[in-house]
Design a protein around this ligand. Structure first.
Ligand code: PEP
Ligand code: MN
Length: 361
């Protein structure tokens, strides 16, 4: 398979013109182009063409060669190099894309029908246009609540259909992909599964949009390569989610890497959203992190809400409560306006003018 990339050959300061010509000729012989930049102390040769041919050349062993560096990114389908225009992913009929701001909200875990319905109503009140909820939970401890599984999926499906919004839910094993894809509008691959390559392929093949969380210790490149796995199946409906990374700092659950948002947006055409709940891990940090996420240019937010967090079976301390909903809604509107983003609203809200009322309240 042809693999277009850019490689750079760094010549030693002592390299002769004949050494440089030898590299240039070898590249030309395999159909590539070599661009020679003669610096004061060193010459650099940029190679453009088919990497599969270059990699057969023992460039490191050529006289006068100091180093051979591959420059181009290894991902292709999700890269801005191949697809410079940002893409919009549609979940149900709700867009997530570069010039808008989409709120996804709901309970961390589906616990009961009442709790799920209450949390999803709160989410709608805050202006969420996509609901979230975990039926299959990836828990650090085997003694923690593992989620209700298929029964939880059915509860969330019923609640979401009653409310009239699409929903995203996590799938933790390949065995559950078909079951989850039959009901959910978007499949979530959690942080702990970001490099579960078989799962990435199978969620890709489901044809459903995928929310791909960044691994706790994944670099941006590794995260984007995981997205490339999904795209490789022909499914480009992928949304990246920055949810905090593991650092030495214990005062937050994870460190929200706000820089990763514009970095990922410059490298890929995929939308990038932020999870301020799993990163901060504390209710009082969620609103400040939401503000920073909007300011840094996130394409959306995914937020945990719970009607009684003190009773939550999963992640209660980070869940926003009923009293936070109006504040969340107004913060989204206010910050989005300042940052030239349009908050994605539901058609029915637009018709009855609920957003207009809220914005001026
Ligand atoms: C979640 O969203 O419920 C979750 C488990 O998130 P993460 O994979 O980012 O920890
Ligand atoms: Mn959680």
């Amino acid at each position: 398979m042809r693999e277009d990339t850019t490689m750079v050959v760094v010549m030693r300061g002592s390299a002769s013109s004949a050494d440089i010509d030898k590299v240039v000729k070898a590249i030309a012989d395999v159909g590539g182009d070599a661009f020679v930049s003669r610096g004061k102390n060193q010459t650099i040769i940029g190679l453009v063409g088919d990497l599969t041919h270059f990699s057969e050349l023992p460039l490191h062993a050529f006289p006068g060669v100091e180093d051979v560096i591959r420059v181009s990114k290894p991902y292709k389908l999700v890269s801005t190099e191949t697809h410079p225009r940002p893409s919009t992913v549609t979940v149900g009929d709700v867009p997530i894309g570069r010039d808008s701001l989409t709120l996804i909200a709901g309970p961390c875990a589906v616990e009961t029908e009442e709790q799920t319905a209450a949390a999803c109503r709160m989410a709608r009140e805050a202006g969420a246009t996509i609901l979230r909820g975990g039926a299959y939970k990836p828990r650090t401890s085997p003694y923690s609540f593992q989620g209700l599984g298929e029964a939880g999926l059915d509860i969330l499906h019923g609640v979401a259909r009653d409310i009239g919004l699409p929903f995203v839910t996590e799938v933790v094993t390949t065995a559950d992909v078909d079951t989850v894809a039959a009901k959910a509008d978007m499949l979530q691959v959690g942080a702990r599964n970001m490099q579960n390559f078989q799962l990435l392929k199978e969620v890709g093949m489901s044809g459903k949009p995928v929310l791909l969380k960044r691994g706790l210790n994944a670099t941006v490149d590794e995260w984007i390569m995981a997205a490339e796995y999904i795209a490789h199946t022909g499914n480009l409906q992928v949304v990246l989610c920055e949810r905090g990374i593991r650092t030495y700092e214990p005062s937050t659950r994870f460190t929200l890497d706000v820089s990763a948002v514009p970095v990922a947006q410059s490298l890929t055409h995929l939308p990038v959203i932020v999870d301020p709940s799993h990163s901060g891990g504390k209710r009082e940090l969620v609103m400040p992190l939401i503000r920073s996420a909007i300011a840094v240019g996130a394409d959306g937010l995914i937020v945990d809400v719970h009607p009684r967090p003190e009773l939550a079976l999963c992640d209660g301390p980070q869940a926003l409560v009923q009293d936070d909903m109006i504040h969340l809604r107004e913060t989204m509107l206010r910050f989005a306006r300042v940052c030239d983003r349009e908050v994605v609203t539901r058609e029915q809200d637009r018709r009855v003018g609920a957003w207009g009322r809220s914005a001026s309240a």
